[in-house]
Design a binder for this molecule. Structure first.
Ligand code: GAR
Length: 201
């Protein structure tokens, strides 16, 4: 069987990318291989992780294109060029339109740092999600991996894991706990699951 070719889309630190790289090394992720890291900016530390692990990478910046359509045409060209089967959004902060998501039905997954449908959708990303959870006063939060469609954070849920909120948590402390206990576990698991289902040959 051929391995499913995965592109990991990143914008920042890339700790979820690192979890995928580690899962590939230990064999948790074995039905797919990370064939490309695509970053929305050239400052993303995630690019260093790609470099250190000899994974090909590419930077595509939205502001270098006049329209969303041209930007997404470039993304598609890079994906086609690298024969990508599955896209994993791992802290990717650039918006993708329906025009893009519809081209890859059930072939884009995203990790979101809350229990969807709480604290998700437009405006909820990164630390803002944890700030909102703490402001609401929930005692349990978590992470969700879902397929990506035209609705922000609205695609079919693949995996979820709950994480306790502790008294005195700051958004940063909570973010770290959600990453350690949920995101870095769920994303490799879901990536293996979908990679396996897409395997060819
Ligand atoms: C992660 O917590 C991820 O769940 C979140 O951004 C962080 C990226 O960290 N994604 C979103 O909020 C998407 N709506 P990383 O670059 O260290 O993986």
């Amino acid at each position: 069987m051929l391995k499913t070719k995965i592109a990991v889309f990143v914008s920042g630190g890339g700790t979820n990318l690192q979890a995928l790289i580690d899962a590939q090394k230990t064999g948790t992720l074995h039905s797919g291989e990370i064939a490309l890291v695509l970053a929305s900016n050239d400052q993303a530390y995630a690019l260093k992780r790609a470099e250190q692990n000899d994974i090909p990478y590419s930077v595509v910046k939205r502001k270098e294109f006049a329209t969303q359509e041209e930007y997404e045409a470039k993304l598609k060209a890079v994906l086609t060029e690298n024969q990508i089967d599955l896209i994993v959004l791992a802290g990717f902060m650039s918006i993708l339109s329906e025009n893009f998501t519809a081209a890859y039905p059930k072939r884009i997954i995203n990790i979101h740092p809350s229990l969807i449908p709480s604290f998700c959708g437009k405006g909820y990303y990164g630390l803002k999600v944890h700030e909102a959870a703490l402001a609401y006063g929930v005692k349990v939060t978590g992470a969700t991996v879902h397929f990506v469609n035209e609705i922000p954070d609205g695609g079919e849920i693949l995996l979820q894991k709950a994480v306790a909120v502790h008294k005195g948590d700051t958004p940063e402390v909570l973010q770290r706990r959600v990453m350690e206990e949920a995101e870095w576990v769920l994303l490799p698991e879901a990536t293996e699951m979908v990679s396996k289902s897409l395997q060819k040959g």
